[in-house]
Each structure stands twice: as structure tokens, then as C-alpha cells.
Design a protein around this ligand. Structure first.
Ligand code: F6P
Length: 324
């Protein structure tokens, strides 16, 4: 393998730049030519492909976002889009890909390989931490710390006004950000898509706290919880509790996706970026580089896409015990 390309795709995540840097410098170190593709699969289709040198990734290890930009490509889901992407890669002589992204990115890479046999090694880049085959994904630690900082601030005002706050964090299908920031932020309840928290349980927990003179409460809700978004849940709870409690809602949103990556994310991303390049050199294809128990492993895309990474029961149990 002489020429490879790197791209970022799907929702951006802090640490993606550190991963790009590791892939580019790792490739150059091993004597490969390395190209960048802008805007993920959309750039592959548009031919937005350029050669990257060691200096092109200077001064980015600490930056949030992605210098290669990102997109969720609809065109790559079509055979015509993938054909165009293949032709553009061939025009540059690219023989292997490093894909930094999540589930959608790896699904695209798997389909692409089946049609055109271009090997791809993935790096798990998503704040959601919802990928099987790695303990943590790039950006998750930073997102949790960002949420936690916000929860701490909300706690100050919640306490001053004796209020209940429903705080919504990101996680369409996954409650990892919610559970970790909830435990770290001392939440009374954490609502996640992985388990059902009935509204009557929320009501009874709030009532119990109120009876014990608890003056304020924090409930962290993952955006994908089956009871709905935080605003909807708060409305339903208000209907049941009337004026007894003063309830407010705060949705943290995309603030969780930005910012300078934590040390943990930079190191994780650097390890994975290098592992992806070395994997390609050693003949790996259609696998994601991940870290499990601090060991580097490669997991087939098909498993990272299909298999679930459940939240540890201990964490869910802990929220309840520690909020009494
Ligand atoms: O996948 C990461 C994520 O931040 C999810 O938590 C969230 O549901 C989604 O992306 C939001 O995507 P977009 O920025 O495209 O609205």
C-alpha cells in the first residue's frame, strides 16, 4: 500500500483533529503518501481530495471540531454516489482509507468495500460512546466534562431557587453521556434510552426528596429517552405534581460537541489514528480500531454496527443509591 486517505464523517467530536494528525504523521512515518478528504463521503463524491504533509497537521492536536470538516452524506447512500467516490479515489491512486466517525460512517465503508474492495480501517469518533469494540470513543470524555461543567452551574441556580431541573444531554440512542455526567453531577435521576424509567418513578423520587426537605433536584435526560425530550417529560411531571415543585428545563445541545479535547481524548485519538494506519499496512480491512481494557484491538465493522454496548448495571444502580 502506497497511498491512503483520511476523512471525518458524521457528527464531529473533540479529538478528531488529534486523530487526523496521528493518521497523517503515522502514514508519513511509514513511508506512505497521505491524502485528506474534506466533508466526509460528500467530499469523496465531489473529488475534494488533497495531499497532506506533516506540517498540514501542525497545531491542531488541541483544537475541537475537525479541520477536514464533516457531513452526513445522503448521496453516498446511492450506488451512483459511491461510483463517483470510487472513481475519484482511483484518480488519486488511493488504496486504503482511514474513516473517523460513528455507526453511519462504518455502515457506508462496509457497503463501499462490498462493491469496490477498498479497505477501510475506522476510528471511533463520536461523543455518544455507542460503538461496540471500544471502551470509549473519541470525544466522549470531553463531552461528558462539558456537560458536567454545565450541570454544576445549573446546580448553583437550582439550589438558590429551590428548583427541580430537567437537563437534557445528547445521545439519540445511547445514555452514556447522561449516565456519566449524571453520576458526576450528583443527579437524583438519570433517564436513558437503554432502560425505561417510568414517569411515576420520577414523581415518587421527587416527592420522597421533597418530603426529606431536599430543596433542589437534578434529573439528567438523554435526548433519546423513550418518555420523550426533557421539555415533554417536565410538562408531564408538572401535570402530576401541580405547583408543588418549581420545575425548569435546560437543553445543553451542541455545546457538547465542541471545545478543546481533554487529555484523555487526545491520547485515545492519537493511539487510534496510528493504529488505523498500521492496521491498513498490515492488511486489516473493514475493522474499527478500538481500545478495550487499555489494549488496542480491531473489531469488524459489522459487529460495531450491529452489536450493542450496554450501560453497566452498576452505574444505573449507583444513581439511585447515591441520591438518597
Ligand atoms: O452522534 C452524535 C450526536 O451528537 C448525537 O448525540 C445527536 O443526536 C446527533 O449527533 C445530532 O446530530 P446533528 O448535529 O446532525 O443534529
Amino acid at each position: 500500500m502506497k497511498k491512503i486517505a483520511v476523512f471525518t464523517s458524521g457528527g464531529d467530536a473533540p479529538g478528531m483533529n488529534a486523530c487526523i494528525r496521528a493518521a497523517v504523521r503515522g502514514a508519513i512515518y511509514h513511508g506512505l503518501e497521505v491524502y485528506g478528504i474534506r466533508r466526509g463521503y460528500n467530499g469523496m463524491i465531489a473529488g475534494d481530495i488533497f495531499e497532506m504533509g506533516s506540517k498540514s497537521v501542525s497545531n491542531i492536536v488541541q483544537r475541537g471540531g475537525t479541520i477536514l470538516k464533516s457531513a452526513r452524506s445522503k448521496d453516498f447512500m446511492t450506488p451512483e454516489g459511491r461510483k463517483k467516490a470510487y472513481e475519484n479515489l482511483m484518480a488519486h491512486g488511493i488504496e486504503g482509507l482511514v474513516a473517523i466517525g460513528g455507526n453511519g460512517t462504518f455502515t457506508g465503508a462496509e457497503v463501499f468495500y462490498n462493491e469496490y474492495q477498498i479497505p477501510t480501517v475506522g476510528c471511533p469518533g463520536t461523543i455518544d460512546n455507542d460503538l461496540y469494540g471500544t471502551d470509549y470513543t473519541i470525544g466522549f470524555d470531553t463531552a461528558v466534562n462539558t456537560s458536567l461543567e454545565a450541570i454544576d452551574k445549573i446546580r448553583d441556580t437550582a439550589d438558590s431557587h429551590d428548583r427541580v431541573f430537567f437537563i437534557e444531554v445528547m445521545g439519540r440512542d445511547s445514555g452514556y453521556i447522561a449516565i456519566q455526567s449524571g453520576i458526576g453531577g450528583g443527579a437524583e435521576i438519570v433517564m436513558v434510552p437503554e432502560t425505561h424509567t417510568p414517569l411515576k418513578k420520577v414523581v415518587s423520587t421527587l416527592k420522597e426528596g421533597w418530603n426529606r426537605q431536599k430543596s433542589s433536584s437534578i434529573i439528567v435526560v438523554a435526548e433519546g429517552d423513550e418518555e420523550g425530550h426533557a421539555t415533554q417529560i417536565a410538562e408531564k411531571i408538572k401535570e402530576q405534581l401541580g405547583d408543588k415543585l418549581d420545575i425548569r428545563v435546560s437543553t445543553l445541545g451542541h455545546v457538547q460537541r465542541g471545545g478543546s479535547p481533554t487529555a484523555y481524548d487526545r491520547i485515545l485519538a492519537s493511539r487510534m489514528g496510528l493504529a488505523a494506519v498500521e492496521g491498513l499496512i498490515n492488511g486489516q480491512k473493514n475493522v474499527m480500531a478500538g481500545i478495550v481494557n487499555n489494549d488496542l484491538i480491531y473489531t469488524p465493522f459489522i459487529d460495531t454496527i450491529k452489536k450493542q454496548k450496554p450501560i453497566h448495571d452498576d452505574l444505573l444502580r449507583m444513581v439511585h443509591i447515591l441520591s438518597i
